[in-house]
Design a protein around this ligand. Structure first.
Ligand SMILES: Cc1cc2nc3c(=O)[nH]c(=O)nc-3n(C[C@H](O)[C@H](O)[C@H](O)COP(=O)(O)OP(=O)(O)OC[C@H]3O[C@@H](n4cnc5c(N)ncnc54)[C@H](O)[C@@H]3O)c2cc1C
Length: 463
């Protein structure tokens, strides 16, 4: 059924873009749909890090409305974006002139079975909301470092957070998903049903369909130690080497993120370490943090005991006002070798970046076999991400370091050169992804993020 009465004024209709048949919006979606002339448009057009001017934002509330939205979008030859929390770095869940399917209203959080800690969560929920809801049961699902990030984008890509070494990636906790496929069918995928889809959703889900709900197995997580340490990073390479050794030698209950900024106006480079210790025992917390505090001259420190929602806290609600495009590069690193540490110091001094972060992975992340999910780089001990302002400068400086990398995490990467796909998805993984793509999205409907080429599109190049 399509929209029968159009209440929009001539002034609103005047802002309509070519290529979109606004009068054919399904009746189920019409009321909540937002178009460029609508008052609400400013609050839905952009993402957290990216500006956009879509021609239409559809806001389904149920799986069947997602099916309607996708069917409508497929009848149009304009870009399609799928948005859950709007924090995409790699993905383009907003666009210019296209259609956005915004899943914010599919944000339920429901306990399915307390005995097995099985919970069902909608893609539009935020990780801060999830942390709060599960805390009352004494549970948590490892997610990321920022509570505003949406469940849909992170749980279809990986999920590298403060519990990674102890509990693995977010995707490692998925037990089943409900997916709207390109042809509008709704399927449940798990270990036994559509196992190839279940495999692909966990690492490259954006290429295969729209996930409308996730079933996760949460972990029991009590109070944690959480530290913020500031160190003088004048000897950047030395500090990096020490960070690598300490983290790799630490028990799994420690997960640390190191953030480096370049030296500015004669002041030394500074390092900030944010680290979680999955223990409520003060002695254990101090024991884990002491070696980290010693990797360079310590300038400031703060350690607190906090429940998980204190780490992944929810920001103030409000619309996103991102502008332009984020400029980032991502890499996975096996070990912080002296050579990589020197290269990273040079990179930091190159002026191409204002922010370099090295997150610890390894531990439980590496317990999962590389072929168990579409996130294959399980042996890396570190995930690196750098932000810059100038794409060409950042690429030139980052590309100098590629010899030190073993792959990349797609969610932190914005370089669209073809070689990046193989960096994120090694050949065997990519071949499996191509097979799943052929089966579940043969027309290439889902292209706003991981773009999987058809097998006959030629040899993939690792540039
Ligand atoms: C401030 C900030 C902090 C971050 N911290 C972390 C972190 O700690 N760990 C980490 O791993 N990542 C982190 N990220 C990266 C984040 O995981 C990804 O950007 C993720 O895609 C964001 O999810 P979202 O739903 O908010 O994004 P959206 O912008 O809504 O979506 C991004 C893309 O994901 C795909 N997608 C979204 N929903 C669905 C769905 N339901 N089904 C299929 N595909 C979908 C689409 O292709 C879309 O373009 C962070 C990003 C930001 C901006």
């Amino acid at each position: 059924m399509t929209r029968t009465t159009d209440c929009r004024s001539a002034a609103v209709r005047a802002h309509r873009l070519p290529g979109i048949d606004y009068d054919a919006i399904p009746a189920t979606l019409a009321e909540a749909a937002v178009e460029p002339g609508d008052v609400q448009y400013a609050s839905v057009r952009s993402n957290y890090l990216r500006g956009g001017s879509p021609g239409l934002v559809l806001r389904p509330r149920t799986t069947s409305e997602v099916v309607d939205a996708l069917g409508f979008a497929r009848r149009h030859d304009v870009p399609l974006g799928v948005r859950s929390g709007g924090h995409g770095i790699s993905g383009r869940s907003t666009n210019d002139g296209g259609i956005v399917i915004d899943l914010a209203a599919l944000n339920g959080i429901e306990v399915l079975d307390a005995a097995t800690r099985r919970v069902r969560i909608g893609p539009g929920a935020r990780w801060g909301e999830v942390a709060q809801a599960l805390h009352s049961y004494g549970w948590a699902i490892t997610s990321g470092d920022y509570g505003g990030v949406g469940v849909g984008g992170l749980a279809t890509a990986g999920g590298i957070g403060f519990l990674a070494r102890e509990h693995g990636l977010t995707i490692d906790h998925i037990r089943a998903v409900e997916v709207v496929l390109a042809d509008g069918s709704v399927v449940r995928a798990d270990e036994h049903h559509h196992p190839d889809l279940f495999w692909g959703v966990r690492g490259a889900g954006s290429a295969l369909g729209i996930v409308t709900s996730f079933e996760f197995e949460a972990d029991e997580v009590g109070e944690l130690g959480f530290a913020q340490l500031t160190l003088d990073a004048s000897d950047t390479a030395g500090l990096l080497r020490a960070y690598g050794s300490v983290v790799e030698a630490a028990p799994r209950d420690l997960t640390a993120f190191l953030i480096l900024g370049p030296p500015r106006r004669g002041r030394p480079a500074l390092a900030t370490i944010m680290a979680a210790v999955d223990s409520a025992d003060p002695d254990t917390i101090v024991e884990r943090l002491q070696p980290l505090a010693g990797i360079g001259p310590l300038l400031a420190q703060q350690v607190v005991l906090t429940p998980y929602p204190g780490i992944v806290s929810l920001p103030e609600p409000g619309p996103h006002h991102g502008r332009g495009e984020p400029v980032t590069r991502s890499a996975l690193v096996e070990h912080i070798t002296p050579e990589f540490a020197r290269a990273a110091e040079d990179f930091l001094h190159s002026g191409a970046t204002y922010f370099l972060q090295l997150r610890s992975v390894g531990g439980a992340v590496a317990d999962v076999p590389p072929d168990a999910t579409a996130y294959a780089h399980r042996s890396a001990n570190f995930s690196a991400v750098a932000f810059g302002a100038d794409r060409r400068r950042l690429d030139a400086a980052w590309d100098e370091m590629t010899g030190h990398f073993s792959g990349l995490y797609w969610s932190f990467e914005t370089d669209r050169r073809p070689g990046r796909l193989l960096d994120a998805y090694p050949p065997a993984t990519l071949r499996r992804l191509q097979a799943a793509k052929c089966r579940y999205d043969p027309d290439g409907v889902f292209r706003d993020n991981v773009v999987v080429p058809a097998p006959d599109e030629g040899e993939l190049v690792a540039s």
